[in-house]
Design a protein around this ligand. Structure first.
Ligand SMILES: Nc1ncnc2c1ncn2[C@@H]1O[C@H](COP(=O)(O)OP(=O)(O)OP(=O)(O)O)[C@@H](O)[C@H]1O
Ligand SMILES: [Mg+2]
Length: 300
């Protein structure tokens, strides 16, 4: 067990951190067990080679909000997103409890793949495409769950894909081969493909990691706009300031467990962040937005 984990799990409850049994749900962004709206995942575990990577994770993402999934490298963010998306089946938890993943009251794990793909889209971390596809054709892949088996693209499919490309700032690249794009351009094409899927639940794994600062802000604005239109967004993010600026709700993972969840102003505080990341943080208040602005120093 790492130093960070011990610090985290040994910290007294009531300071925003705790083990899986005493996760602190804090602030107005927190959702309680009675909430049926949005994404509501319970007791999600996943293990490989006898190692428990996710240990009974409870994770909510309110409807029409941008939620951030935070946590250090290896804490389980990508694994959790894959389980939520149905790409990986959950394992039985330590107590033998079955995982439950509900979205707007529907059991996502029980949905057939094609129907699930009409509800949710996942943008994977560093997704790559080896297929010799044009950008527009790559984005049109997002329309497959919406059309009859073996049917070609309809005029509406092309319309939706073109609008998705424009929304992701990639309209000018429609005819380019995906393989010739830069990392940041490719990342935005993957976002466009997910937008073309018209999901009610959008899961993104570090959607800004290859982007310049303006493109990061553009992507986060797209996520905010989607949330405004009623889409439930859950994005794994490393940039805590980007999360502080953009997210309504955050969930913090450490060593495969949720250690805090709730409103950014309540969760992005030194009592939570310092033991999880092993740093010393200071929180300022943005003069215009009133949102937290974080600075970090080594812990020594
Ligand atoms: N197929 C696998 N086989 C073995 N270990 C795995 C496998 N998939 C994930 N892991 C391990 O599970 C842990 C969590 O991985 P995951 O990719 O979910 O972390 P993460 O929080 O997304 O990290 P990062 O911020 O670096 O992307 C890591 O220690 C990883 O090495
Ligand atoms: Mg990851």
């Amino acid at each position: 067990m790492s130093e960070t984990t011990r610090t985290t799990t040994d910290a007294p409850s009531g300071v925003g951190v705790g083990g899986p049994q005493d996760v602190v749900e804090v602030g107005p962004g927190a959702t309680g067990p009675q909430d049926a709206g949005g994404l509501d995942a319970r007791r999600v575990s996943w293990s490989v080679d006898g190692r428990l990577i996710l240990d009974g994770v409870d994770c909510t993402a309110p409807t029409g909000a941008v939620s951030g999934l935070l946590g250090p490298n290896g804490s389980g963010k990508s694994t959790l997103l894959r389980v939520l998306a149905g790409v990986r089946a959950p394992s039985a938890g330590a107590a033998g409890d079955a995982a439950q993943v509900r979205f707007e009251g529907t059991d996502l794990l029980a949905l057939p793949r094609r129907r699930r793909a009409r509800v949710l889209a996942l943008v994977e971390q560093d997704a790559s495409t080896d297929l010799p596809l044009s950008v527009l054709d790559a984005v049109l892949l997002g329309r497959i769950p919406h059309r009859a088996l073996l049917a070609g693209d309809s005029a509406r499919d092309r319309e939706v894909a073109t609008a998705a490309l424009a929304r992701a700032g990639m309209a000018a690249f429609a005819d380019r081969e995906v393989a010739t794009l830069s990392g940041g351009e490719r990342q935005r094409v993957h976002l466009a493909r997910a937008l073309a899927q018209e999901p009610a639940l959008l899961l993104l794994d570090e959607p800004t990691n290859h982007l310049d600062i303006a493109a990061q802000l553009d992507t986060m604005r797209v996520l905010r706009d989607l949330a405004h239109d009623g889409v439930t967004v859950l994005a794994a993010l490393h940039d805590l300031n980007l999360a502080a600026q953009t997210c309504d709700h955050v969930v913090v993972l450490a060593d495969g467990r949720v250690v805090a969840a709730g409103d950014v102003r309540d969760v992005l505080v030194p009592d939570v962040l310092d033991p999880v990341y092993g740093v010393r943080s200071d929180v300022l208040v943005h003069p215009r937005t009133g949102r937290p602005v974080l600075t970090f120093a080594p812990q020594d």
